[in-house]
Write a protein that binds this ligand. Structure first.
Ligand SMILES: CC(C)(COP(=O)(O)OP(=O)(O)OC[C@H]1O[C@@H](n2cnc3c(N)ncnc32)[C@H](O)[C@@H]1OP(=O)(O)O)[C@@H](O)C(=O)NCCC(=O)NCCS
Length: 179
């Protein structure tokens, strides 16, 4: 039977938070752990919207904090499923912060989280396929297989020799030009 399909945009979620004193470190900047908590929540909601299932966080890709987010800033977290495999879904999260009185908005970071849909006994269960529509969605969809292979190799769930998409990436790299 053909798998159910859903548009990537159907899973889109935006969550908005204000940085309050209890969210900050001693420099009055948002704590990294609090931001990761919000990222986990917004991306879990996106994965739930795609799968209509209970989901669990399976892995989190590299997160770097490019700019501090100040006390009083308003943080927007946008999440959307990029691609689904059998039971797992990759979610892209983009974080921006806004100093509303100063009329300044800046992009803080982005990351990919992976969620697995589970049944009532906690066993992985199949999810619909993702249909990307925009250029950005198509780009994220295409790169998702490579990123999945990288995270499965790092988690020792896939042999490096089986990571064909990943290998192809390195084989197709142009050699550096000498001056
Ligand atoms: C995630 C979990 C459900 C996977 O269960 P499992 O018995 O290993 O199941 P499988 O081997 O069949 O893998 C199921 C899916 O998870 C994916 N997966 C498992 N580990 C992964 C990892 N580290 N990174 C990315 N995907 C992963 C597999 O690729 C597979 O995806 P697919 O069905 O789309 O091909 C299980 O490990 C779990 O419940 N982990 C705890 C989750 C949790 O509590 N998260 C909150 C942290 S406090």
């Amino acid at each position: 039977m053909a798998k159910k399909q859903k548009f990537a945009k159907e899973s889109a979620v935006t969550m908005t938070e204000m940085v309050l004193p209890n969210d900050t470190n001693t420099l009055n900047n948002l704590m990294g752990g609090r931001l990761m908590h919000w990222m986990d929540i917004v991306s879990a909601i996106a994965a739930q919207k795609h799968s209509n299932r209970v989901v669990v966080t399976a892995s989190v890709d590299n997160i770097s904090f490019r700019k501090p987010i100040k006390l009083g800033n308003v943080v927007s977290l946008k999440a959307q499923v990029t691609r689904a495999f059998s039971s797992s879904m990759e979610v892209f999260i983009e974080v921006t912060a806004e100093d509303i009185p100063a009329n300044k908005r800046y992009t803080c970071n982005s990351a990919f989280f992976t969620f697995v849909a589970v049944d009532q006994s906690g066993r992985p269960i199949d999810v619909p396929e993702v249909v990307p529509e925009t250029e950005e969605e198509k780009e994220h969809y295409a790169g998702a297989l490579r990123r999945r292979q990288l995270r499965l190799v790092l988690a020792k769930r896939m042999k490096p020799a089986e990571a064909t998409e990943l290998k192809a990436l390195f084989e197709n790299l142009e050699p550096l030009k000498e001056d």
